[in-house]
Write a protein that binds this ligand. Structure first.
Ligand code: DAH
Length: 340
């Protein structure tokens, strides 16, 4: 550009600067505008250096025009930044922000994590299975063919007329899934929701949770089962806890046992929680029945295994002295906030 077109250029700058400042919505866009027009290498600066080289006759006139342009541009900038400030009026920007409300973990989640963590420390892997199961996985493969009387131990929600699909009554069907998927030796736990046709009262719920354990290998013995479960109970309920194994019956284990711990409330003295016996039944267990191994294609002469199942609601109730299972389902924040 030479000094002859400088007057045209000044008019052009005025127009463009006006349009662009109105489009500059925030502070950083205003700054971009300032650099473009008023900056050290901006459009005004170009004109100023041109002025220095212009012929003496037109220099006063051009000088006046450039000066006016400078005032014009500065006024534009001042006006918009003032407007922005005005629009912030009435808002106290130094007020602290609103705290974000974070959620809580459900007591059953917390209990599950504590339980699983103990088994993970003993090298157990963690598995899951679906809530909807086949009759085969939930009963038949667990050594309960159709019409087996032991099926009465679990009042079942069936999902179809043929009775082939159901809501799992325990987490034991995950044993079947795991054995089909893995090759021994392995040790796993599975946690999940279970369903039984029970009426809701202080100690029964048609929906509840279990933790299932399964360890299969060569020469796994009842001593392993005892060692694992005594360690688990003492880690969870305290080192002073006594652990008792009583003979029991489950179709999928032989021998089977029920495990009781010395009462966490009265420490074995006898109280309402333990029905004055000093003991609390907390889980079922046993050595995997050879018939279960056959159902999944394992050779029972080659492998042996241990298994156990623990109710999570009951465990959480004993850990925290909760007397009614319905608290877990009601989502009363006064209850839920008691656990961390
Ligand atoms: N599935 C049993 C129940 O729901 C609990 C159980 C007992 C699981 C013995 C096991 C076991 O794995 O070996 O009552």
């Amino acid at each position: 550009m030479d000094w002859k077109s400088a007057f045209e250029e000044i008019e052009k700058i005025k127009q463009e600067a006006q349009v662009e400042i109105n489009q500059a919505g925030d502070l950083s866009q205003q700054e971009t505008w300032r650099v473009k027009y008023l900056g050290r290498k901006g459009r005004l600066a170009v004109l100023t250096s041109l002025l220095a080289n212009s012929p003496a006759e037109i220099r006063p006139k051009l000088g006046q025009a450039v000066n006016e342009l400078k005032n014009y541009l500065q006024a534009l900038l001042k006006k918009v930044s003032k407007e922005k400030k005005v629009s912030r009026k009435g808002k106290n920007l130094s007020l602290p922000g609103k705290p974000a409300i974070s959620g809580l973990l459900h007591p059953l989640t917390l209990t599950t994590r504590r339980m699983v963590e103990i088994f993970v420390r003993m090298g157990f892997g963690v598995y899951t299975g679906p809530d909807i199961e086949t009759d085969f996985n939930n009963f038949e493969a667990l050594n309960m063919p159709v019409d087996h009387p032991a099926r009465d131990m679990w009042d079942t929600f069936y999902l179809n007329q043929e009775g082939t699909l159901l809501l799992r009554t325990h987490t034991s069907p995950v044993q079947i899934r795991v054995m089909k998927e893995l090759t021994p030796p392995f040790r796993v736990v599975a946690v999940g929701r279970c369903f039984r046709r029970d009426l809701l009262d202080a100690s029964h719920s048609p929906v509840f949770h279990q933790l299932e354990g399964l360890m299969v290998g060569k020469r796994i013995s009842f001593a392993h089962l005892k060692g694992i479960l005594i360690y688990f109970c003492q880690e969870l309920f305290g080192k002073q806890t006594r652990v008792n194994f009583t003979p029991s019956y489950f179709p999928f284990t032989e021998p089977s046992a029920e495990v009781s711990i010395s009462c966490v409330i009265c420490r074995g003295q006898g109280c309402p929680t333990c029905s004055r016996t000093g003991w609390l039944e907390i889980l079922g267990c046993g050595m995997v029945h050879p018939q279960v191994f056959r159902k999944v294609g394992y050779n029972p002469d080659e492998f042996s295994g241990l298994a156990f199942g623990i109710g999570i609601e009951r465990t959480a109730m004993l850990l925290h002295g909760i007397t009614d299972i319905r608290f877990f389902l009601q989502n009363d924040l006064r209850f839920l906030r008691l656990f961390t």
